[in-house]
Design a protein around this ligand. Structure first.
Ligand code: SF4
Ligand code: SF4
Length: 375
């Protein structure tokens, strides 16, 4: 057990370093994708009523094709690859795919429904070098809408808490179980109890647009946010979500197709899972010009979009181009100049938005960028 804790601590440090480098690169320039979702199989072993991202017959994407796609993403300068599906654990050579992502210097994340996890499977994911695993848990008891239930998955969560050397985050969707919004809160509490990270999303329709949330749903979302202990958590600091739950649109520029890529089973680039078909260009032919053009393009679906991972990525560009405004929007209580900004944000500010720094400040900035290999 001591060995697992030690290995976990070492891997945590290494992942934190690589994540800091990812942020530094994202802030330094907009010429590369920050995050790519890659579908490794469309097949899933369960059938959630709200999902249109799966079938029960597709073959896994050939490993050689996935290897080529991962290499191309690395050539484009991508920093994070999230392997998704369908259910990615159904891919027989998933460990090799994860190894390929890591060998190309990118952060490897896996999204799973968790059904196929065993202690041995978790240990294999450790050995493959997985950085983070995300499980969505929709309700406490399985129902007609979703079988991703705490009752079914609790044992898997306990195994993960005990044996995973990668970070585990439990994602609950407020509104997934419309009559029982409190389920999402109970799931988040269970995640905290087990020492796992918890995140919350809001249920959306097939186009990525939010479903209306009742006052009861809104207060559950707030309670989940308050559970997060991180001072720099997008669960806590998410003005987009706060607006959307009140039915208000957001003003932001979506950079999907440039800073975020969704690679479908056929190897085509899409903005996100909700906007398949745009731009629909094969990844093998994707270039910097495509990244620049699609990053610039205004998307009509942005005001009511609930795809928070794309918004997080877009925030880096907003922070680089309009630092004061970006900080004030995210941390309104603190204000852009306020020293009570979360420490990681203060560090980013010092690194990338220095104001006539004294020589000691310049030295710190240069040294930090060199450590992150961003100079
Ligand atoms: S587990 Fe995931 S991929 Fe499978 S049906 Fe449910 S939401 Fe869709
Ligand atoms: S705004 Fe961007 S991320 Fe959101 S649905 Fe539209 S294309 Fe997808």
């Amino acid at each position: 057990m001591l060995k697992i804790h030690l290995r976990r601590a070492v891997k945590d440090w290494h992942r934190t370093y690589r994540e800091a480098r990812m942020v530094a690169l994202a802030l330094k320039s907009s010429d590369h994708p920050v995050l790519a979702h890659v579908v490794v199989t469309r097949r899933c072993n369960i059938a959630c009523a709200y999902c249109n991202e799966f079938d029960d017959f597709s073959k896994p994407v050939p490993t050689e094709d996935l290897a080529r796609r991962i290499d191309q993403l690395a050539r484009l300068g991508t920093t994070i690859v999230t392997l998704t599906g369908g259910e990615p654990l159904l891919h027989p050579e998933l460990d090799d795919v994860i190894r390929r992502v890591r060998a190309r210097g990118m952060i490897a994340i896996l999204v799973t429904n968790g059904y196929l996890l065993t202690i041995e499977r978790i240990k294999r994911l450790n050995r493959a070098g997985l950085d983070r695993l995300q499980i969505s848990v929709d309700n406490i008891q399985p129902d007609a809408v979703s079988k991703k239930s705490l009752k079914v998955l609790d044992l898997k969560l306990r195994w993960l808490a005990q044996f995973a050397e990668f970070q585990v985050s439990i994602h609950s969707v407020v509104g997934a179980s419309y009559d029982r919004p409190e389920d999402a809160l109970e799931i988040a509490r269970r995640a905290h109890e087990l020492g796992l990270v918890s995140t919350a999303g809001i249920v959306h329709d097939a186009s990525g647009r939010i479903q209306p949330l009742s006052a009861r749903h809104q207060s559950v979302l707030q309670e989940i946010e308050s559970l997060s202990s991180s001072r720099f958590s997008f669960v806590r600091h998410n003005p987009w979500a706060r607006n959307l739950v009140q039915g208000l649109p957001n003003q932001w520029h979506c950079t999907a197709g440039g800073r975020h890529l969704y690679i479908c089973e056929d190897g085509l680039v899409h903005y996100c899972l909700a906007q398949r078909g745009h731009p629909g260009i094969p990844l093998s032919q994707y270039t910097l010009k495509d990244i620049e053009r699609e990053s610039e393009r205004v998307k009509g679906c942005a005001p009511y979009c609930t795809i928070f991972c794309v918004q997080r990525v877009a925030w880096f560009d907003h922070l680089r181009t309009h630092p004061k405004q970006a900080l004030a929007e995210f941390f309104p209580a603190a204000g852009a100049q306020n020293p009570t900004l979360p420490r990681p944000v203060q560090m980013l500010k010092a690194l990338f938005m220095p104001r006539r720094a004294p020589s000691s400040g310049r030295f710190f900035r240069k040294a930090a960028l060199r450590i992150l290999k961003v100079d």
